[in-house]
Design a protein around this ligand. Structure first.
Ligand code: G1P
Length: 295
């Protein structure tokens, strides 16, 4: 059976990012830089590498620079061209989205991830779509979303990226109630948002990558507030599972939680280590500064 291809991705970027204050006081958390690229650009590149052609950003007040980031910067382009800076010009152009590829819609009130996704319903329309949370940064040989697309071609329905977490960390994630597990594909019969360890049905946790069917919008529309008084995306999954299959994919790659300082710091080290222009300097810097007492 062939399943309709996924060409649209939603990027919820309306969150406040208070964990990163003061860095996020006047700049969105999605613009936090890992090595030399903002988190949201990694997310867009992952989507582009996975065949996505339409990019929908759910923004909020104060997030205008995300829109600018993916736009054309004519004066900078002209200046780089005049000065013959071709490498820089190429880098600049790689952050542009093509005309008509990007759409921005606002979530006026911070009512949660489920509400943010629902805000994109008219732009997505009646087709399956991908959802990417930019603060989950994934270092992988093959883009995580592309790995999920392959699973989706086989399985259809809804597909989420999953990883196994320590039992004491289940309360940070959406956790699958597993019915079938072949080591890579995990079929779920339920999902619970951030359960207490003693209530968790498994330790298989959702990472911020989803392929979802449009039926989710109707469910979200009628949904009550859940954890933290917000419309939680995860709370819509049990109703979705009643209608169609729901699978997790244990992707190949390393995930960094860049919503936390520790995860963001680790991501910087790991991504810099993959860069031939930075690797040696990174290793030398660690040697130089470890053990030094600056106080
Ligand atoms: C969100 C989801 C959660 C998921 C997590 C992945 O939580 O609600 O189900 O496991 O992303 O990072 P958040 O981290 O935004 O609180």
């Amino acid at each position: 059976m062939t399943h309709p291809p996924i060409r649209t991705a939603v990027f919820p970027v309306a969150g406040l990012g208070t964990r990163f204050l003061p860095a996020t006081k006047a700049s969105p958390k999605e613009m936090l830089v890992v090595v030399d690229k903002p988190l949201i650009q990694y997310a867009v590149e992952e989507a582009r590498d996975s065949g996505i052609e339409n990019f929908i950003f759910v923004t909020s007040h104060g997030k205008e620079c995300i829109e600018d980031h993916f736009d054309v910067n004519y004066s900078l382009e002209q200046m780089l061209e005049q000065r013959g800076k071709t490498a820089e010009l190429e880098i600049l152009r790689s952050s542009q989205l093509a005309p008509g590829q990007a759409a921005f819609i606002r979530q006026q009130v911070p009512l949660g991830l489920g509400h943010a996704v629902w805000c994109a319903r008219h732009l997505v329309g009646n087709q399956p779509f991908a959802l990417i949370l930019a603060d989950d940064l994934i270092l992988a040989k093959q883009a995580c979303l592309a790995q999920m697309m392959s699973a989706y071609e086989q399985l259809g329905g809804n597909v989420v990226a999953v990883m196994d977490v320590a039992p004491e960390h289940v309360n940070r994630y959406g956790i699958l109630d597993v019915v079938n597990d072949d080591g890579v594909h995990v079929q779920a019969k339920g999902v619970i948002e951030k359960p207490a360890p003693e209530q968790a049905p498994s330790t298989t946790a959702i990472v911020g990558r989803y392929i979802l069917q449009p039926e989710i919008f109707k469910i979200l529309e009628q949904q009550q507030n859940g954890k933290d008084g917000e419309i939680q995306l995860t709370d819509s999954f049990p109703s979705l599972i009643k209608q169609m299959p729901f699978h997790g994919v244990r992707f190949k790659g390393q995930r960094f939680d860049c919503g936390l300082k520790e995860g963001w710091l680790e991501a910087n080290l790991a991504f810099a280590y993959t860069r031939p222009d930075l690797k040696d300097h990174l290793l030398a810097s660690i040697k130089k500064h470890c053990g030094l007492d600056y106080h």
